[in-house]
Design a protein around this ligand. Structure first.
Ligand code: SF4
Length: 580
């Protein structure tokens, strides 16, 4: 095969045995790679508990990884989420995807459970197991520094050791597969770290054609102000969204009780850039390079962390945001869920907390101490335990990121129907509602949003299966990526074919959720968004969402997605997509 290696490494941690799976090419063509293939392998196990030893933990690359195709160094990690009970996945950058491919595999699937804490080294020669008990108290960067040495790594930090339900898997000591608690799944298998290296090349079917596709993609990337312009993410990182979202009055503030933070002018990406004198860098094979690092090596937070550790928890100290974000990365916790759980705690307790207290609560969560013992379960379980569920700003028990849904109705629908809980990346409506790409839509209207969300979900599902970076799709499209796909794999495919694969991959996720009883009752938003206004200005009125309009558009989404009225997959559609 070209593009794909045709080999998936299965590691049975219980017996410390491994074997190679060689799926039929048909499966590769239907499910592409990354998230798509992961979902195919997860489905058989999805009704088990997340910590059942047989529950697989899947690391999967895509066909374009380790080729010249732009921004294709991402990796999908998937299992069942301990936080939500839904399918749980994360897309992560760094070098791990590329290294897995260079070691000769399309993916690695861990099953079983080791009897003791272990680390695993994987390269072209094979798999080695080592005692990892000495790493239990180490931070993610300590583990990476100690074992990295020319390899790419994935590990868990102290949060997963201490049962935090939103624990992350940290790649290369700095990139985080954060949402959904996949770190806890890894910890439940007693797998402390994985290190991967290799030198194998990925076979490309037609290098000349790939060069052409690459040129087209780079031309579009370079023409995008949002990516490469003066205020684009190449220059400011995703933090560039801070001012944009603040000026639209959709910055979640004080646990979503307001949508404007009065200190936002002193907490934006420009301030980080000037204070820390940042340089940019990025994932393997990326020309955008959105990572921002200060002159002393400080890692500048991504937008969601920047926003939630300031506005959401009412903190106006920049250094505290930096420290909070670092605690999350080092201990392996999702910053969105961590910040939103603390903001729910603040609302429930009525406390305005100091910077020191914010940082000490975060550490308490990671180390399961004092209040942290309750908060480590996430805001929904915490709020429910104290009888204040209204303070949990979650969908399917997962905390909402830093875009208030009252300021972007497509985002409201996208959060509600997302298969993994409140996620802005499944449909990424910010693209059309705020960045006005590929066309502008009215952010204060539900009209037409059902169809747009469905199409965007399909596109993003296939992007996460190609394991390309979503940001590049601000300007490039599946047209260019279909050409790159054909050039790499030799499989003739159109953008429409890729969209169909995306539909299949997305529907499969809804199917997995339905097998665990998820339906329309779970595709909903917290009451606050239907009952309380945001922070308006004279020209921007941030009204509560209209419940009837929301439900009508959700029903329209179910029709467009070809689900039943309760949001469940139907047999005809499952059959037509080849899922049953
Ligand atoms: S744009 Fe950023 S996240 Fe995307 S591939 Fe490049 S560095 Fe990685």
């Amino acid at each position: 095969m070209y593009g794909w290696t045709g080999r998936i490494l299965i590691v049975d941690l219980t017996n410390r045995r491994e074997h190679i799976l060689e799926p039929e090419k048909e499966y590769y063509e239907k499910f592409i790679g990354g998230k798509g293939l992961s979902g195919l392998f997860l489905r058989e196990y999805i009704t088990r508990e997340w910590d059942d030893p047989e529950m697989p933990l899947i690391f999967m690359t895509g066909p374009l990884v380790n080729t010249a195709s732009p921004t294709s160094g991402m990796l999908s990690i998937m299992s069942k989420s301990p936080l939500t009970g839904t399918v749980g996945d994360g897309i992560v950058g760094g070098k791990l995807g590329t290294m897995i491919k260079r070691a000769g595999y399309d993916g690695i699937i861990f099953t079983g459970k080791s009897h003791a804490k272990i680390g695993i080294s994987i390269n072209e020669e094979g798999v080695k197991y080592s005692d990892a008990s000495g790493f239990a108290d180490c931070s993610a960067s300590e583990i990476h520094e100690s074992i990295g040495d020319g390899c790419s790594t994935a590990c868990t930090g102290q949060a997963a050791e201490n049962g935090v339900l939103f624990s992350s898997i940290v790649v290369d000591g700095c990139c985080v597969a954060g949402r959904n608690g996949l770190g806890l799944v890894m910890a439940s298998k007693n797998l402390k770290f994985m290190k991967v290296s290799g030198d194998k090349e990925t076979k490309v079917y037609d290098s000349k054609l790939l060069e052409k596709a690459q040129e087209e993609i780079f031309r579009l990337t370079n023409a995008s102000p949002a990516l490469m312009g003066e205020f684009g993410i190449s220059n400011f990182g995703t933090g560039t969204f801070y001012d944009l979202i603040s000026s639209r009055r959709m910055m979640p503030t004080d646990n979503f009780r307001k949508t404007y933070f009065e200190h936002s002018d002193s907490m934006n990406a420009y301030i980080y850039k000037t204070k820390y004198k940042t340089e940019n860098s990025g994932c393997a094979g990326c020309g955008i390079n959105c990572w921002q690092t200060g002159e002393n090596g400080e890692s500048i937070p991504e937008y969601d962390s920047m926003a939630h550790f300031s506005a959401l928890v009412m903190n106006s100290d920049l250094e505290t945001v930096m420290k909070a974000d670092k605690i999350c990365t080092e201990t392996g916790m999702d910053p969105v869920s961590a910040a939103a759980t603390i903001s729910a705690y603040m609302e429930i307790s009525g406390d305005k907390i100091s910077s020191d207290k914010l940082l000490s609560i975060l550490k308490d969560i990671a180390f399961s101490k004092d209040e942290g013992e309750k908060l480590k379960k996430g805001s929904y379980r915490y709020a429910k335990d104290v009888g204040k569920e209204h303070a949990s700003m979650t969908v399917k028990n997962m905390e909402i990121p830093a875009y208030d849904p009252r300021g972007a109705y497509g985002m409201a629908l996208g959060y509600a129907v997302s298969a993994r809980g409140a996620c802005h990346l499944r449909a990424f409506p910010i693209s059309h509602e705020i960045l006005r790409k590929p066309v502008a839509t009215d952010r204060f209207s539900f009209s037409g949003k059902a169809r747009i969300i469905k199409i965007s979900e399909d596109i993003n599902a296939v992007v996460d299966s190609l394991t390309a970076c979503k940001f590049i799709f601000f300007n490039a499209t599946l047209e260019e990526y279909a050409k790159a796909f054909t050039a790499v794999t030799g499989v003739e495919i159109s953008a429409q074919d890729l969209m169909k694969a995306g539909e299949r991959i997305d529907y499969n996720e809804r199917y997995m959720n339905s097998l665990n009883g998820f339906d329309a009752n779970d595709d909903d938003l917290p009451d606050r968004f239907f009952n309380e206004e945001g922070s308006s200005t004279e020209t921007i009125k941030v009204k509560p969402l209209n419940r009837k309009e929301f439900l009508d558009e959700r029903a329209a989404y179910y029709r467009v997605r070809e689900l039943d009225e309760e949001g469940r997959p139907v047999d005809n559609k499952l059959k037509s997509l080849g899922l049953i």
